[in-house]
Design a protein around this ligand. Structure first.
Ligand code: BTN
Length: 249
């Protein structure tokens, strides 16, 4: 594996409620180096965005949490961590499935051919206007063929028809995550934001959203530096956070 620090300290578990929760608890009593990873074959209470559960069949997929210590990043730019994670996942997906259509559905659902193959749940711990640490939870569907909870879920095997070894996918992901993290650390945030917007699902198209509980069509225009979604609604540019807007596929 070609990384300096990502995944070099690896805690492997057979089963856990949630790797994010485990890492959070672990850090209360222990210190870990940046780049440490907790990975588990099974999560019995995997957590997703908006309080959803993350469904993942035991031993089939990748579910892990990575520790970053991005003290260099002002807290109002926390979303750049979501950006670099999503960009690293997009590159990983393209590396293994170069002919498929990969994109990022804001804030950071990973789509292949417009179906969700992976998700990201980042939990930051803030202190004195700094991000003390960041727990980057990643779920990527690899060899799971059927999904109970979502008709719009997919996996590597569902896309390619072939079973895939999980370890090389994990290692490639670590390499891209580290490369993007180093980009952020060296301050290339403008470039990161541009790249992220360019990968957005629905960019420059009119799509249906639920805004304040009302179904409305809006033009997807990109994201603000802080990570809000920019939509043109009824001819007016508006910015939305995760609570204020919902995609209606
Ligand atoms: C989403 O799309 O809703 C985010 C899903 C994030 C799932 C990952 S799996 C590893 C880590 N541990 C969790 O409990 N959740 C994240």
């Amino acid at each position: 594996m070609d990384t300096l620090f990502t995944g070099r300290h690896l805690i492997r578990l057979e089963a856990v409620a949630s790797t994010n929760t485990f890492l959070q608890e672990y850090l209360k009593a222990n210190t870990l180096p940046e780049g440490a990873v907790v990975i588990s074959d099974q999560q019995f209470d995997g957590r997703g965005q908006r309080g959803n559960t993350w469904e993942s069949e035991t031993g089939k997929n990748l579910t892990f949490s990575l520790l970053w210590k991005p003290v260099f990043l002002p807290i109002n730019f926390q979303f750049d961590l979501n950006r670099i994670t999503a960009l690293a996942l997009a590159e990983t997906l393209r590396f293994f499935m170069p002919d498929e259509k990969v994109c990022i559905k804001w804030p950071n659902d990973m789509l292949v051919n417009e179906k969700k193959i992976g998700g990201v749940l980042i939990e930051n711990s803030l202190r004195d206007s700094q991000i003390q640490h960041s727990i980057v939870g990643i779920g990527l569907n690899v060899n799971q063929e059927a999904f109970r909870l979502s008709a719009r879920a997919t996996s590597f095997i569902a896309v390619t028809g072939e079973e895939m070894e999980r370890e090389p996918v994990m290692e490639k992901m670590f390499e891209y995550l580290e490369a993007w993290y180093l980009q952020a650390r060296s301050g290339n945030l403008e470039e990161i934001r541009k790249r992220f917007d360019a990968e957005l699902f629905g960019l420059n198209s009119r799509l249906l959203f639920s805004i304040g509980g009302r179904e409305q069509e809006a033009l997807v225009c990109g994201t603000t530096p802080e990570g809000k979604l920019k939509l043109e609604v009824n001819g007016k540019m508006q910015e939305f956070d995760l609570q204020a807007v919902k995609w209606l596929w």
